[in-house]
Every structure is written in structure tokens, then in C-alpha cells.
Design a protein around this ligand. Structure first.
Ligand SMILES: [Zn+2]
Length: 193
């Protein structure tokens, strides 16, 4: 179920060795930083830092983890494509169950082999941070309700006329593979209509 690059040692420290823990509650803390996000391929998060607090409750047959994440991350603004820093606040519960057979991780219940000795939270933390971000990632608006986007960047997008857009669309169709710049442009166009 862990589909990040396992050779990335940086993610190993986000593991809790639960085997030696007594039943009951235990607290853990982790810090995520730029290197954490770099370890995930194709991460839309460019940089970031956050504090992760975990309260692990060890039961007789399962582990319940209350996870709280607070921090901020830098992503590309959907509107002007410049870097945009957004706050991260997440609270969630993860249940770890044990089974000999490989069960699918659904974001709420993680299945581990009974032979396992630790639970690695890197993937869960990463996904939770992504989930905590708003659907539209844009620079916040100022007190007058105007976006604090880079005006130069915005001006550059606005000069795209319907003719120019049609040409870009045509080129993209001819080249087959979706062009990320084009996709952004298309999203912007849809937004302005
Ligand atoms: Zn922006």
C-alpha cells in the first residue's frame, strides 16, 4: 500500500514502532519540511513545513491514531501560476488493522501484516495535507476582495484572444500528449467565461 519511492530514507523517520508499546495512549510528534515533499514523485506541493501530532491508542486488536497537522505549504496558484503559500490545518483519525491478506488502504483504515512492527505514516501525512488544501489553490484576496496574484502574470494570460486560444488548442491536439501549460490555460479560460 505504500507507493512512494521506498529508497527515500527521509520518509523512514515517519514510522511508529508500536510493537513495544503498552495498550493505551501514546503521543508522537513529527516535523515535515521541504525534503519530505521532495520525496513524493509529481508532488503538487513544492515546499512546506508542518508539525504533526499523533495520539496513538493501542487496543488489543487495532491501533487508533488521532492525527493533527498544522503548517503551511507552497503550491502553484491556479490563477497566476506563481508560488502561493497556503495554510494547512488537518485533523483526522486513522485506524490500523491487521490481516495476513493484503487489504486495500482506503484513507481511513490501513491494513498491516501481523508480522509488521511499525506503522509508517508518511503516505498518510502527505495525503492528509493534500486533502486539507482547498479545491482551488489561489492567492488570497486583499481587503478589497481583489486577488493578491502577480498582476504581471495575470496580464499575460488576459491577452490570450479566442483566436490565439484556438491555435494553442489546435497545436495541443496535433501533438497528442496533454500539455500542462495548455491545461492551465484552458482552466483559466473556463474560469473567465
Ligand atoms: Zn495567484
Amino acid at each position: 500500500m505504500l507507493y512512494f519511492r521506498t529508497e527515500v530514507d527521509i520518509l523512514k523517520k515517519y514510522a511508529i514502532p508500536y510493537k513495544g508499546l503498552s495498550t493505551g495512549k501514546h503521543r508522537f510528534e513529527f516535523e515535515v519540511d521541504d525534503r519530505f515533499f521532495e520525496a513524493f514523485e509529481n508532488s503538487e506541493i513544492k515546499r512546506g513545513r508542518a508539525r504533526v501530532e499523533v495520539e496513538l491508542d493501542r487496543g488489543s486488536a487495532l491501533l487508533t491514531l488521532e492525527v493533527e497537522i498544522d503548517g503551511e505549504v507552497t503550491v502553484e496558484c491556479d490563477r497566476c501560476l506563481e508560488d502561493c503559500t497556503l495554510p494547512v490545518h488537518y485533523r483526522g483519525e486513522l485506524v490500523v488493522r491487521f490481516s495476513e491478506t493484503q487489504e486495500e488502504y482506503d484513507g481511513e483504515v490501513m491494513w498491516l501484516s501481523p508480522a509488521e512492527t511499525e506503522v509508517n505514516l508518511a503516505q498518510y501525512i502527505y495525503e492528509s495535507i493534500c486533502l486539507s488544501l482547498p479545491y482551488q489553490r489561489v492567492h488570497p484576496t486583499d481587503e478589497n476582495g481583489r486577488p493578491t496574484c502577480n498582476p504581471e502574470m495575470l496580464a499575460r494570460f488576459r491577452i490570450v484572444t479566442p483566436e490565439e486560444f484556438g491555435r494553442i488548442e489546435q497545436e495541443a491536439a496535433e501533438h497528442g500528449a496533454p500539455n500542462p501549460e495548455f491545461e492551465k490555460l484552458k482552466a483559466l479560460k473556463d474560469q473567465m467565461e
